[in-house]
Each structure stands twice: as C-alpha cells, then as structure tokens.
Design a protein around this ligand. Structure first.
Ligand code: IMP
Ligand code: MG
Length: 178
C-alpha cells in the first residue's frame, strides 16, 4: 500500500530540466560521441531518459543499456551487499561507459557497477548521478557529473522511490512520514 507521507518540493521541474541540459553539454564536451550509457535500474530510468535526449541535442550519439542492482529493499537505509538482479545485454569491452544513477549515497552501488564494467574490459568509466548526499559515503568514490548535491534527507520523485512509490513525480521532494 502507498505509504502515508508528505512530500515537500526540494528541486523543481524547471531546475531539473535546466541542470540536465547543462550536464549533457559537459558530458558531450568531455566524452567520446560513441559512448555507452549504463543506466542503473530502477531509480535512474527517468534521469537517463531525459539525459540521453539532452545528449542528442548536445551532439552525442550514445548507445544505452540497463542493469538492475539490488540492496535497498523497501527501507530508507541501504544494506551493505549489492547483487546483480538483471545484467547488461551489451558487451562493454573497449567502450567508454557513462554510468548513470539517480543518487550517490554510500557509493556502494556505483562502486560495484563501475568495478564490474572495468573487470569486463571497459576502456573508460565515468559517472553521472542526478543527486549526491556527500556526508554518507562508505566507499571512496566520486561522480564526474552531479546534478545536485543535497542534504542528508530522504527524497523521492524523478525516478527515486519510497517502497517503489513516487517514482512518477516530475519534481524531487523530501519525504516526511505522517
Ligand atoms: P548507495 O549505494 O548507498 O550509494 O545508494 C544508492 C541507491 O540508494 C540509489 O540508487 C537509490 O536507489 C537509493 N537511495 C539512496 N538515497 C535515497 C533517497 O534519498 N531516496 C530514494 N532512494 C535513495
Ligand atoms: Mg535505486
């Protein structure tokens, strides 16, 4: 059942839109046009969908693949172990990979995903994340492209969920249980 919460807007639709296009320009300027997007499901699907269209406008021609990683369950705190729930369809050997995720928190998810594609022979791996919570890092990893740095509050919307709800919100908001 949908949890009973209030959601206060933290980042508006307009702010998201502006920032996604800025990130795409930076990425298109830095990276090879022939890049491989690896979007981490489920949280990144909205950001990835907006980012690839912004990348097109910025002159890139990415290929896109998806990987589902698990650890979070339905809680607000992550467990330590990351598992591959659904693997990539494409071979990343020799590719310039842009790993795309919704939020960088402990860093365990992105660290796991980056190591995996490096082990498989990716030529380079960079990270784009819509959000980061800097205070919460458990492993030493930084994103190359960050949409917004936010306080240590639980947020939903724009693909981010609470118990798999609220992904559809077009803005990013802070959750308070009621
Ligand atoms: P990390 O492995 O701790 O960096 O966590 C990354 C994953 O935790 C993200 O891909 C999200 O799915 C989830 N997560 C972390 N913080 C939040 C939040 O504030 N709201 C919703 N999901 C979150
Ligand atoms: Mg997630």
């Amino acid at each position: 059942m949908k949890p009973n919460v209030t959601i206060d807007t933290l980042i508006s639709v307009e702010q998201i839109d502006t920032r996604v296009h800025e990130l795409a320009k930076l990425i298109a300027a830095d990276m090879s046009k022939d890049l491989m997007i690896v979007a981490l499901l489920r949280g990144s699907f909205v950001f990835a969908a907006d980012l690839i269209r912004a990348l097109h406008l910025a002159g890139s021609a990415p290929q896109v693949d998806f990987m589902t990683l698990g650890s979070y369950g339905n809680a607000m705190e992550s467990s330590g172990t990351i598992t591959v729930i659904k693997d990539l369809a494409e071979n990343v050997q020799g590719r310039d990979v842009l790993m795309v995720d919704d939020i960088l928190e402990s860093g365990r998810t992105l660290s796991f995903a980056c190591n995996l594609v490096r082990e498989r022979g990716a030529h380079s791996v960079k990270i784009a994340t819509m959000l980061e919570k800097p205070g919460k890092r458990k492993v030493n990893i930084e994103a190359d492209y960050v949409g917004f740095t936010i306080e240590d509050k639980f947020v939903v919307g724009y693909g981010l969920d609470y118990a798999n709800y609220f992904r559809e919100l077009p803005f990013i908001g802070v959750v308070t249980l009621v």
